[in-house]
Design a protein. Structure first.
Length: 546
């Protein structure tokens, strides 16, 4: 690599110092206190990265990389409200929903609109959380249908599963994909007179939201009429006029701001459904946790800064070790939505191949992200993690104090988490494998045959993020940590984490294809021409259904 600046020099030094002889089995031996040196805490969150194959020298070099990549300067630009989303000439201000400091960066009119949205959120949430329509305690609400796609739904769904539901709160249902199956099945079990519909779309033009929203609005109007239906519609959008034109009362439209990116929008009124189910106070505590992590990220020393460290470890695994994927395994069923949430955050933010200036990137960017809940994941994914040809660094997430009284079950669950992290790091060498099979009574011939099959290579890195308890505030701390970690990656990779142009092409083509599906005319573009045979097959099979 040609050395042209301190950042490239830091990368070169890291690449040279990635010593394959540095073994986790040796690093984790009793003579070294890895946990003391390679773990950090903030509030109710512990980050243990002692099972990542770095030493103090590597750690210092990673911190130097952050310094030479101007992470601190770019972080301040983020919090100062500069237009760091350079392809859309936009500031990135979703953190304002956490701190509620709107007047610091917005015009008086914009700040007032945000305050009004939060006021409406609380008013609506308090009534619906109590199980009735706003200002109509005699009108029960048993179900809320949240309609959105991507960031307009993934975050709220995660939080609604993670946080306890209020005693009288309605059941919440989520509709996202334009696939109508889930919607039609859901409608069989809903009653218009006890249902509320929450429509979430920044532009209020999202095809998935409109398809479901129109169908549910018509279903409700047939039973209740226009006026009563309108009262049961709520919208979260940055295009309030379009929501009102759809039929949502102006007082039930919550503004979210153009500067609120979809995958970062859970902190905004997009979280209304969370406030409805878990309570407005719980949602406020979640935002406060995020604000606390903002302050930590902004003010903590580099060597103790959890999001900075977490992002640098990701860069280490992606660019120095060359690992193409990463896994997220939460050992708490309430966090089952975390892998999907991180998929969007990581891959939509940093799945880029050009720099901020439009040149080709010099480093690999976003890894493929996937995961599942432990211990289910142990019976699906972990065979490849332990013995597959690709090394996949993992984030394990655990919760110390459960929300139930079966402490024995919780100890067993956490034992599995710790066992998997340990087994991945240590593996099982030839001597240990032989001894195990001898103890099982295997013959020498059986041992020689089975030895390569039952030996584990180990040296598979992982980090553990351990929450003292799964509270709303701690969940805010955790999600904000991941957001800032992804931002750190983007600064080092010199890419824009806040646009998503790659999402647009498929949407444009889908509209063209839908128009062409009913026509047998010759295609007027190479893209449609390539689909002529397949569209003809679909038309033929569709006729058989009529």
């Amino acid at each position: 690599m040609k050395i042209t600046d301190p950042r490239q020099n830091s990368l070169q030094m890291l690449q040279k110092s990635n010593n394959p002889g540095l073994k986790l089995r040796e690093l984790l031996s009793p003579g070294f206190d890895r946990f003391k040196d390679f773990s950090r805490t903030f509030k109710g969150l512990l980050l243990d990265f002692s099972r990542v194959a770095i030493n103090q020298r590597n750690f210092g070099q990673l911190l130097e990389l952050a310094e030479h990549s101007s992470v601190a300067e770019q972080r301040e630009r983020l919090f100062r409200g500069e237009a760091i989303n350079n392809t859309e000439n936009r500031a990135v201000l979703h953190h304002l929903w956490r701190s509620r400091s709107f007047t610091d960066h917005l015009s008086p009119a914009e700040a007032s609109a945000c305050e009004l949205a939060l006021s409406r959120l609380r008013q609506l949430a308090e009534s619906l959380n109590a199980g009735h329509m706003p200002d109509q305690p005699q009108s029960p609400v048993t179900d809320v249908v949240h309609i959105g796609i991507g960031g307009s739904l993934i975050g709220p769904q995660l939080l609604c599963e993670a946080l306890p539901r209020g005693m009288n709160a309605p059941a919440v249902h989520f509709l996202s994909s334009v696939d109508a199956f889930d919607r039609e099945r859901l409608l069989l079990n809903l009653h218009p007179a006890t249902t509320v519909i929450v429509l979430v779309s920044k532009s209020f033009t999202t095809s998935e939201m409109l398809a479901h929203g129109l169908r549910l609005r018509d279903w409700m109007q047939q039973d209740l009429g226009d006026s009563a239906t309108s009262q049961r519609l709520i919208a979260v959008t940055s295009a309030p006029a379009k929501a009102v034109a759809f039929g949502v009362p102006e007082g039930q439209v919550l503004a979210m701001g153009e500067w609120t990116g979809g995958r970062y929008s859970i902190w905004s009124p997009v979280g209304l459904t969370v406030a409805i189910t878990a309570g407005a106070d719980a949602f406020a505590r979640f935002c406060a946790g995020g604000a606390a992590m903002d302050e930590h990220f902004r003010s903590a020393a580099a060597a103790d800064n959890l999001p900075l460290i977490h992002g640098l470890l990701s860069v280490w695994h992606r660019n120095i070790c060359g690992y193409p994927a990463r896994g997220l395994i939460p050992y708490d069923s309430r966090l089952r939505g975390m892998p999907g949430w991180l998929q969007q955050l990581q891959m939509e933010s940093n799945g880029k191949s050009v720099t901020l200036e439009g040149a080709g990137v010099e480093l690999e960017t976003s890894p493929v992200v996937f995961g599942d809940c432990g211990t289910d994941a142990q019976h699906a994914l972990f065979q490849a993690f332990h013995q597959g040809t690709q090394v996949v660094p993992l984030d394990f997430i655990g919760v110390v104090r459960p929300a139930h009284s079966d402490l024995g079950a919780q100890q067993e669950l956490l034992s599995h988490l710790l066992a998997q992290a340990t087994a991945l790091a240590f593996g099982r060498n030839e001597t240990e494998t032989r001894a195990m099979m001898q103890a099982e009574g295997k013959s020498p011939q059986q041992i020689e045959f089975l030895l390569p099959h039952r030996r584990m290579p180990g040296e598979r890195p992982s980090s553990i993020l351990m929450l003292d308890e799964l509270t709303a505030e701690n969940l805010g701390v955790l999600l904000a940590l991941y957001e800032h970690s992804v931002f750190v990656e983007s600064v080092i990779w010199q890419i824009n984490a806040f646009d998503q142009w790659g999402v647009e092409l498929g949407k444009v083509l889908a509209g063209q294809i839908q128009s062409a599906m009913d026509s047998a005319d010759d295609a007027d573009s190479p893209e449609l021409a390539s689909l002529q045979g397949l569209m003809a097959h679909i038309r033929e099979q569709s006729l058989k259904q009529i």
